[in-house]
Design a binder for this molecule. Structure first.
Ligand code: C2O
Ligand code: CU
Length: 514
């Protein structure tokens, strides 16, 4: 498992440690924003003009609107892009220009954040940082070159909106695709409560009161007491106690979800993927959940992991993948003959998302199937090695920022370095970098719970030779060195992709000095 790099730091001739660099580089209070490159800076457009572009444009209209979702016969109200959950896949070729007009038919302000591609900062979709929120009834056109091939997705960057139905897979094809396969499936996993147990906003309000409050049973909605079957994690309103996972190093999640979905379908109405036996399939997995890691396996099959977060890794055999919120994995599978359960365990929560893969006759497996692969070789992205061509060239970091993940469930005070993100002063404690620098973010999880940490606009390398990623799981107590080249000027969020942790304050900004 990649950890802290053994490479030396700048000034390594002396015995300079990271702490010394930290003292010099960690943002103090009240950095004037004027000394940081803003999204409207000419450098942003200049870097965009340097991206290899095909000149082809893909126009799409994204109408964010209330809609109704059919969950195995139960109609639930939610918000989505169009009328389906997930929204219709967006697929372009690397170098193409995406021209996406967001139409806001929601009652609340919204935005679109493109999770995965390193794009121009003013199109990153973070209200208060890179643009104004798009008001109800208004429109905004996103226009950018999609330079990075890979499995990406998009969602709003406002409040808890991504925990509704507002998410869409975004595939950027590689014109020089080195893999060969017969078919491709995009499989989006999600935890669902919207319209069943109130809304994600209700859940956030409840969680922000802290667990002390929840235990009094003074919650506004939902039941309290035991879980669905009286076993496993305990439910207190929408909060979950005692969801634990060895793979996640302890506490697995904070939120009770009544449903888990594969491509918008609950286990009670599973999707069936059909193909001929022997078909070689590329599966692109996306975890669009709010508070759930999924442990996914296909009964009777092993998977060859080829990519994570869009970047190639050395091919790695896996029985099951553990996917954090915001992460993506691509795998290759050769299908056997029969009908097989595709199971995505909601890790530590005792429930699962489910679909069927059918290549022949035989009884369809039931939603309670627990293929033995789930207990086999369970791979986290940090078990993988970057493909040779995806590795960052060796370099000594010019700057290191040490970022400790802090806070807890009791006060729901998740933060970075003991501070909660302040939307009124987003760049107040910015982690400063400068264009051209090799940057190291040393992330330490000082909490009792795992966190999928995400950085916008860049793909860091985890440790010396770990995968290139934009979202990485940190287990309790774990430290990971995440190195990247500062080649995309602007203001970039770094945050926990547990939407409730992020909203509670586990967010910060990486900013480029002028
Ligand atoms: Cu997928 Cu800042 O988010
Ligand atoms: Cu978190």
């Amino acid at each position: 498992m990649p950890g802290i790099s053994r490479r030396a730091f700048v000034g390594g001739g002396t015995a300079l440690g990271g702490a010394v660099l930290l003292g010099a580089c960690s943002g103090g209070g009240g950095e004037p924003r004027s000394s940081l490159i803003t999204p409207d800076d000419a450098r942003v457009g200049a870097v965009e003009n340097g991206r290899a572009a095909t000149g082809r444009e893909h126009e799409v209209t994204l109408t964010a609107a209330p809609t109704t979702l059919d969950l195995a016969g139960t109609a639930v109200s939610t918000w989505a892009y169009g009328t389906s959950v997930p929204g219709d896949e967006l697929r372009v070729s690397a170098g193409d220009t995406v021209v996406a007009e967001l139409v806001n038919d929601l009652p609340d302000p919204t935005s679109v954040h493109w999770h995965g591609p390193a794009l121009r900062n003013d199109m990153d979709g973070v209200p208060g940082l890179t643009q104004d929120a798009v008001a109800p009834g208004e429109r905004f056109t996103y226009r950018f070159v999609a330079a990075n091939p890979g499995t990406h997705w998009f969602h709003p960057h406002v409040g808890t909106q991504l925990d509704r139905g507002l998410y869409v897979p975004f595939v950027v094809e590689d014109p020089d695709e080195p893999l060969s396969y017969d078919e491709e499936w995009v499989i989006v996993l999600d935890d669902w409560l919207d319209g069943v147990d109130g809304t994600p906003d209700d859940v956030l309000d409840e969680l922000l009161q802290g667990m002390g409050h929840g235990m009094d049973g003074g919650t506004g909605h939902g039941g309290h007491g035991s879980g669905d079957d009286g076993e496993g994690p305990m439910r207190m309103g929408s909060a979950l106690m005692g969801a634990t996972s060895d793979h996640l190093g302890g506490d697995a999640g904070d939120v009770h979800y009544p449903e888990y979905l594969v491509n918008g379908r609950p286990a009670g109405d599973p999707r069936t993927f059909e193909a001929a036996p022997g078909t070689r399939v590329r599966v692109r997995f996306v975890n669009a959940g709010g508070d759930t890691a999924f442990r996914v396996a296909l009964g009777g099959h092993t998977m060859t992991v080829t990519h994570t977060d869009g970047y190639p890794v050395e091919h790695h055999e896996a029985d099951a993948l553990l996917i954090g919120m915001g992460e993506r994995f691509d795998v290759l599978l050769t299908l056997a003959d029969g009908a097989f359960p595709l199971v995505a365990l909601a890790e530590g929560k005792g429930r699962s998302a489910f679909a069927v893969v059918r290549t022949g006759g035989g009884l369809a497996p039931g939603a309670d199937a627990r293929p033995e692969e789930l207990e086999g070789r369970v791979i986290l992205a940090t078990d993988l090695t970057a493909d040779e061509g995806a590795r960052l060239p060796e370099a000594v970091p010019h700057v290191e920022h040490r970022i400790e993940l802090t806070g807890g469930m009791t006060h729901f005070d998740w933060g970075l370095n003991g501070r909660r993100y302040d939307p009124e002063n987003p760049t107040g404690n910015a982690f400063r970098v400068a264009e051209g620098q090799r940057v190291r973010l040393t992330l330490t999880n000082g909490t009792g719970m795992w966190h999928p940490m995400h950085l916008h606009g860049h793909h860091f390398q985890v440790g010396d030779d770990g995968p290139r990623k934009d979202t990485v799981i940190l287990l309790p107590g774990q430290t990971l060195a995440c190195d990247f080249d500062a080649d995309n000027p602007g203001l970039w969020m770094t945050h926990c992709h547990n939407v409730y942790h992020g909203e509670a304050g586990m967010m910060g900004v990486v900013g480029y000095s002028v």
